[in-house]
Design a protein around this ligand. Sequence first.
Ligand code: GDP
Length: 306
Amino acid sequence: SERLKLGLSRSRSEVWGKLSGLFSGPGLDENTIDSIEELLYSADIGTATVGELIEEVKKKTKEGNLTENSFKTFLFDFLKNKMAPVQEKVDHSLYTFDSSAPKTTKVIMVVGVNGAGKTTTIGKLATKLRAQGATVVVGACDTFRAAAVDQLQVWCDRAGATMIRAKEGANPSGVGYDALQAAVNANADYCILDTAGRLHTKENLMDELAKSKNVLKKIDPTAPHQILLVIDAITGQNALRQAEEFHKTLGLTGLIFTKCDGSSKAGSAVTIVEQLKLPIAYIGVGESAEDLDVFNVDDYLHALLG
Ligand code: GDP
């Protein structure tokens, strides 16, 4: 989409678009290959991925069949091969409302460190699903951040989603439980849970999130149906360690890659998906309600490479 193209423009102009511009004639000399390597590292592409890519480029140069055009095709195919096997696992029916499907409440738990974009993303997601005609209940389970809860309320009011917030002294897992109960009672199509992103210690946070997940099963043994980790593109390679921690505790089903418009590092999605073996469900390319796209590898790579 145009929004995706616009959102990835920094990554395209500062990194990926520059690569093919390095060709001055057929093939690539040592210096140019070094420049490619540097650009890829600056965009937070993982060491193994860069190494593999450079090897391929060298091989193709030797074979003498690398031109500016074939390089672009090569890059597209290389990156697609990294992502496609993992992305194929996404069940898109979970993210698109189908009013003719049997009525059930789908539970989406959204996790991530503070600042990654959880609140904003849930607001966008609620807006998107409401626009498709779905009914949405949002649970504001981050009882430690009053401001974030108020922010989420604004999003929910605008989207026409019902928000459930904590009663006096309630704990996060209690709010999640109440929200799911309210969603089931109302026969809502979606129950989206915002969660805490920071506690006194990492162990506390993980324990609390595990509790929040497990308590849902008292209402619906199959819930939550999706556990999505919000990752900020600017985090780059550090996102990997963060994600592994959440995955170990919760068994993530996918990722939401946010703030791709804010840096030249949107390409790091390739390494993150390949290494974690977790698909990206959504991509965030801005701060407003419509700046969230269902992730599609081809669209993403076209927008990234230009
Ligand atoms: P939370 O702490 O994880 O709930 O994060 P917030 O939702 O409050 O987001 C933190 C900041 O990032 C806010 O200023 C958001 O507007 C901003 N933000 C979130 N997603 C995006 C995005 O895709 N693009 C840009 N540019 N900003 C974003």
